[in-house]
Design a protein around this ligand. Structure first.
Ligand SMILES: *Cc1c(COP(=O)(O)O)cnc(C)c1O
Ligand SMILES: [Zn+2]
Length: 441
């Protein structure tokens, strides 16, 4: 038995019983996103600061707050369960996700104008993005439901993390990608042995085909947009951050936003740790979107989602006001905007948008001033803090955490746009090196 009590529709508030449906039967799969609710009183009895000192340093330390069955009475339980496809391994050993470092970045803080900045580097997850948290729970859920294969449609990190987790437990994995997926992410999928369908169209087309295929073949559907259990995996980012900052809270936590599920999950994790009494503080969430694709930021202001223009301008170009090169947050039709806007509002937080030029600057600064190579969507969080300081939303005296949601190695072409080319020198010509060194003095 898990401690899940019910699932609640974020649009109409209806309660749906566990196992009954993935989206609200009344509101449908587009609007009827569900939120998983737990018996927090029961969780508070065992999930204490004292108990946590002896638990594994991974997402499984929070098993009371995950939507996975635990045999009654037993606590170690989930962690001892063996994946059916790889019986020599325990789930906890196969999927070593989470407990990423939180590091001080004083020089980056000074550059972007805040008193204190800490980076939570999710580039150090096994597949090098925050999405591993969701995929691990997706795979555990699929195994629990007896699925024989799993699938998702993704522009990159959700897919590569799923391919990693599935390969780690021996579960067959099917991935639908749109055109234009960055090479690093595609290479990961193939390296992890997923069956990859490259749909020669947009993300929406890949998503639609994946949904059909899941229905037809009975594959477990890992699409975050409609599967409410995956945000529970993302929630571990907030649970963990709360624990890491328990006695030293930040004022703000900056998170880049595409579909909205990540910022919602982190907000939920922080809120649950507060509700459980593990921490006594709440931090404000700073949601950061790319200026060219900012439907969630706009919905936060207006209280409803409006269609985001997806057509390039009449001259055929795609100016900075349309689209973004940060592929992981290029999400013009977000499904989790209600959860995202709700979490940010409930935290007393704010949204900002940043242009691609600001994201590129943040990629350079994060690498040079903090030693963290962030993918564009991850660096957007850093750019967002700088922007929020400029606008007077975040005070210069604030202590801020930036979630670095993915590694720069995922998208070498994108990174190269921000960081430039090496110096070319002929072989055996120290004088050329001398000249460069002199010029740069
Ligand atoms: C997916 C992703 C995000 C945004 O998450 P959403 O749930 O889509 O809002 C941010 N950064 C990176 C690196 C991602 O992969
Ligand atoms: Zn509903």
């Amino acid at each position: 038995m898990s401690l899940v009590r019910e699932l609640v529709c974020v649009a109409c508030g209806a309660s749906v019983a566990e196992g009954q449906a993935l989206t609200c039967p009344k509101c449908g799969p587009d609007e009827g996103i569900l939120d998983v609710r737990y018996d927090l009183d029961a969780a508070a009895r065992t999930l204490t600061r004292a108990a946590m000192t002896s638990r594994p340093q991974s997402i499984w330390r929070y098993h009371e707050l995950l939507p996975l069955d635990l045999p009654a009475g037993g606590e170690e339980t989930l962690v001892d369960r063996k994946p059916p496809f790889e019986p020599s391994l325990r789930l906890i050993d196969a999927l070593r996700i989470g407990w990423t470092p939180l590091t001080e970045a004083p020089r980056l803080a000074a550059a972007i104008g805040v008193r204190r900045l800490r980076l939570k580097d999710e580039g150090r997850e096994p597949s090098a993005s925050f999405k591993d948290r969701a995929s691990a729970v997706g795979v555990a859920r699929a195994l629990q439901e007896g699925a024989k294969a799993i699938a998702c449609a993704s522009t990159g990190n959700a897919a590569s993390s799923l391919a990693h987790c599935a390969a780690a437990v021996g579960l067959p994995c099917n991935i639908f990608v749109p055109r234009g997926i960055p090479g690093g992410k595609l290479a990961q999928l193939l390296a992890y042995g997923a069956r990859v369908f490259k749909v020669l169209d947009s993300y929406a087309a890949a998503y639609a085909l994946c949904t059909q295929a899941c229905r037809k073949f009975g594959w477990y559907n890992r699409n975050c947009a409609i599967n409410p259990y995956l945000v529970e995996g993302k929630k571990t980012g907030g649970l963990e951050l709360a624990e890491q900052c328990a006695d030293d809270p930040p004022d703000w936590v900056a998170v880049s936003v595409g579909d909205g599920c990540t910022v919602a999950g982190i907000g939920k994790g922080l809120a649950e740790m507060h509700a459980l009494g593990v921490v006594s503080w709440r931090a404000r969430l700073l949601g950061v979107q790319a200026a060219g694709v900012a439907p969630v930021a706009r919905a936060f202001e207006r209280g409803r989602l409006e269609p985001w223009p997806q057509q390039p301008d009449a001259d055929g170009g795609t100016p900075d006001s349309r689209g973004t090169y940060a592929d992981s947050i290029d999400c013009p039709v977000p499904r989790n905007w209600r959860k995202a806007a709700g979490a940010v509002r409930e935290s007393g937080g704010a949204f900002v948008t940043v242009r691609d030029a600001q994201i590129q600057e943040a990629v350079r600064q994060s690498g040079r001033l903090a030693g963290v190579f962030a993918e564009p969507a991850a660096a957007a969080a850093v750019a967002g803090i700088a922007e929020a300081v400029r606008r007077g939303i975040v005070s210069r005296d604030a202590s801020v955490v930036a979630m670095i949601t993915g590694s720069g190695l995922k998208d070498i072409a994108g990174a190269t746009r921000a960081v430039g080319a090496p110096h070319e020198v002929p072989a055996a010509e120290l004088s050329a090196v001398e000249k460069l060194v002199a010029d740069q003095r």
